[in-house]
Design a protein around this ligand. Structure first.
Ligand code: AMP
Length: 428
């Protein structure tokens, strides 16, 4: 049996090692490019927030607040929580920083770690990373469709296959209360056929019963009244418009009347994006989810502001990229390699590397090594076009050898000319 280490990362939390960082960076750069293209600006909010921001914004009866929040009392007596999601903090920042007075829409995006005290399992961690996009100040259905399109585009750009969008409309303050009543009375009359969790949901948040994955609840669920038949005129038209916009851009969506999502703040459109592989895993692992939240800004103390947004799970995307055995994005691609021998050469190498850095030419090296052979093997592996050889004699003469790795030709140049020479060769 292996001995348990004295210190380990907390349960459900992980180091992101260099190999994984490359996937993170790839995802970050795709997200950043797409955010720029669609006019979103980056925001970072604190990791800790007033816990009430989430109990009020996301809802006490939701799992992520009611059961899964990491919270703490500070020495000063504040009750704070590690952020379990990104929308409520972004809304708080929007209000606090007076962004309502900016020309609308205000479009923000974020990328960072989030925390939920979940039961750790595949694709479900206690610390996980999300990126999210939030669009404030627009109520037209075209924004809902564009939000979905942005997330779909990011996942496609990351080469994820078989993407499916599931979409539903969960109404607004006009039509949802009536539907909730209808649903409650339907489930109440069948309470004994529900799982224990759903019996609790029946009192706290009956809509969430629609989301239950327990075998036992499926037959009752399948006969339940569907919100689509009880939407008010405004929500009905809004949903129809969203679907028409999606049709227009040929995104492959599927209506899912049971999709309600775990957060209280949604109004009208909700959606999730999956990859269609294995049904069982799929249900655990939506890659992205979001929707419209027209009442949240006001609820958290701001002016009435329609809004729409979504978030995607970075860890799950990394898992899929790995599974699909996508070639690991290379961390560092050098154009030139510097091989050296002896202390004087090392000293001159340190200076030379800085000169290459200033010229923005990437240069690989193995400064700690002395064997020229081993260094040339490394240069070969890195696939550089040119290797520079600074041996003991060259270092004394202030010269350096440039070796063309493809044809094996070598030439000697003055040390103070080498950056210019290489720059010319590379830019040819
Ligand atoms: P949510 O904020 O619950 O809508 O989650 C948005 C996305 O974040 C999900 O579709 C997942 O990809 C990811 N996600 C949510 N919770 C976790 C978790 N505990 N571990 C890893 N990824 C998560």
């Amino acid at each position: 049996m292996t001995k348990k280490l004295k210190f380990q990362a907390p349960t459900g939390m992980h180091d992101i090692l260099p190999e994984e960082q490359r996937y993170f960076q790839k995802i970050y750069s795709v997200v950043e490019d797409i955010a720029k293209f669609y006019g979103f600006e980056k925001i970072d909010t604190p990791i800790l927030e007033d816990a009430e921001l989430f109990s009020k914004g996301v809802g006490m009866s939701t799992d992520i607040v009611g059961k899964e929040m990491f919270s703490l009392r500070t020495k000063g007596g504040d009750y704070l929580a590690l952020r379990p999601e990104g929308t409520a903090p972004t809304v708080r920042a929007f209000i606090e920083n007076g962004m309502i007075n900016l020309p609308q829409p205000v479009k923000l995006w974020y990328f960072g770690p989030f925390f939920r005290y979940e039961h750790p399992q595949a694709g479900r961690f206690r610390e996980f990373w999300q990126f999210g996009f939030e669009n404030f100040g627009e109520q037209n259905a075209v924004i809902d469709a564009q939000t979905i399109q942005i997330f779909y585009n990011i996942l496609q750009e990351l080469k994820l296959k078989n993407l499916v969008i599931e979409i539903n409309c969960i109404g607004d303050s006009q039509c949802r209360p009536y539907y909730k009543k209808l649903l409650t009375s339907y489930f109440r009359s069948r309470e004994s056929a529900l799982c224990p969790d759903c019996r609790r949901r029946l009192r706290e948040n009956p809509l969430r019963i629609l989301d239950c994955k327990e075998e036992k609840c499926q037959p009752v669920k399948s006969q339940a009244p569907q919100i689509i038949d009880h939407l008010c005129e405004i929500c009905h038209k809004h949903f129809k418009d969203v679907l028409e916009f999606l049709d227009g851009i040929e995104l492959p969506y599927r209506l899912n009347p049971y999709l309600v999502r775990g957060l209280d703040y949604y109004t009208k459109t909700v959606f999730e994006i999956f990859t269609e592989t294995n049904e069982e895993i799929q249900k655990q692992s939506a890659l992205a989810g979001g929707g419209r939240y027209d009442t949240l800004v006001k609820l958290l103390g701001g002016r009435d502001t329609p809004a729409c947004g979504a978030a995607a799970g970075v860890n799950r995307i990394v898992e899929l990229m790995r599974e699909r055995s996508q070639k690991q994005p290379k961390e560092f691609e050098a154009e030139v390699f510097l091989a050296q021998l002896g202390n004087l050469a090392k000293k001159k190498s340190l200076k030379l590397i800085e000169e290459f850095r200033k010229e923005k030419i990437t240069i690989g090296e193995s400064l700690g090594r002395d064997s020229l052979k081993a260094q040339l093997v490394k240069a070969n592996k890195m696939g550089v076009k040119y290797t520079l050889i600074l041996g003991q004699q060259e270092a004394l003469d202030d010269k350096i050898i440039i070796r063309d790795m493809k044809i094996g030709k070598q030439e000697t140049v003055k040390l103070d000319k080498v950056v210019r020479e290489i720059s010319k060769k590379i830019k040819k």
